[in-house]
Ligand binder design. Structure first.
Ligand SMILES: *[C@@H]1O[C@H](CO)[C@@H](O)[C@H](O)[C@H]1NC(C)=O
Ligand SMILES: *[C@@H]1O[C@H](CO)[C@@H](O)[C@H](O)[C@H]1NC(C)=O
Length: 293
């Protein structure tokens, strides 16, 4: 019951092929899936998923100016069907600010600023110094500078995420926008990190709408799953091959049985090799026997 070398190669090729499936899985992963880690604390922003709108108004007689921010952190904002294309951010935007000017009851959108976009998101995180929580900086497109209108400036948003258990569902607060950076503050359980080893308890609760569920299995999880599935397939196919080719039964069904039978001896050899490289030094320096410590 010896598998021919060619057959061995076929099986290991199949095995490697199965493993390689884990690579595309990570390649297709969302660039920002609302999970990140800062200083051994993991965060899950899924309680903040879905679309949120926050506004601030300013009286500028004889008009009134309203800044409105649409936010969808875990996925791209959906297109607004009742708004013309020019009056909303391009697709692939996660945070969009629009300025509307109202006069005598008629509204006019005067600027549309893509504050954070998936393609240029490049998120960075920093723990808050003053309170429990984390700040998240995300980047977007360029927009005309409010003062020096001859230049475009990169837009960004700084979200101060405060740890507030039991406050979900919650809405963000508009702090400021200076034409370059938008500052938002958000109190949520999502701001309370959990230890990296601990199981995720946040975001698991049903009804936190918009959660994509993409974080349910990490790349490592997929890799391990495929490893197990691959091994099972290898065992199954190997057993079938042994059965159909050699009429093997019982323990002889195990593919490459000789190899697996060798494993304990190989381990023993490795261990004894490691021990023998350590021991001679000791025995040469204390040849006279052990010294009492
Ligand atoms: C505006 O920006 C341009 C290009 O960065 C710079 O050369 C110019 O000096 C700026 N003007 C003012 C008034 O800051
Ligand atoms: C974002 O805001 C927080 C809180 O105000 C601040 O601590 C942090 O430094 C800011 N991040 C950046 C990149 O400016």
């Amino acid at each position: 019951m010896i598998l021919r070398p060619l057959r061995n190669m076929d099986l290991s090729t199949l095995f490697l092929l199965l493993l390689s499936f884990s690579i595309p899985v990570s390649a297709f992963e969302d660039p920002f899936d609302c999970h990140f880690q800062v200083n051994n604390l993991k965060y899950d922003l899924n309680p903040l998923a879905g679309e949120h709108v926050v506004t601030r108004a300013r009286e500028t007689p004889p008009t009134r100016e309203v800044d409105s921010v649409r936010i969808s952190l875990c996925s791209d904002l959906e297109r607004q069907k009742d708004v013309s294309d020019g009056d909303q951010c391009p697709s692939g935007t996660r945070v969009c600010l629009t300025k509307t000017n109202s006069k005598d009851g008629s509204d006019r959108i005067v600027s549309v600023v893509p504050i954070a976009q998936t393609s240029t998101l490049n998120p960075s995180y920093a723990p808050l110094s003053s309170a429990k929580g984390v700040s998240i900086l995300m980047h977007g497109g360029s927009y005309s500078h409010p003062i020096n209108t001859t230049t475009d400036v990169e837009q960004s948003v700084n979200i101060t995420l405060l740890c507030a258990p039991d406050s979900d569902p919650s809405e963000p607060k508009f702090l400021s926008y200076d034409g370059v950076r938008l500052d938002l503050e958000w109190s949520s359980s999502a701001g309370c990190g959990f230890a990296a080893g601990e199981d995720e308890k946040n975001g698991e609760s049903p009804g936190n709408g918009g959660s994509s569920g993409s974080g349910s299995l990490s790349s490592v999880g997929w890799f391990l799953l495929l490893l197990v599935v691959g091994f099972a397939l290898y065992m199954g196919l190997g057993a079938y091959y042994n059965y159909s080719t050699y009429g093997a039964s019982g323990i002889d069904l195990i593919p490459h049985r000789e190899f697996f039978a060798e494993v304990p001896y190989m381990l023993r050899d490795v261990v004894s090799h490691l021990c023998s490289t350590v021991r001679p030094r000791r025995s040469s320096s204390h040849r006279g026997g052990y010294i009492a410590v």
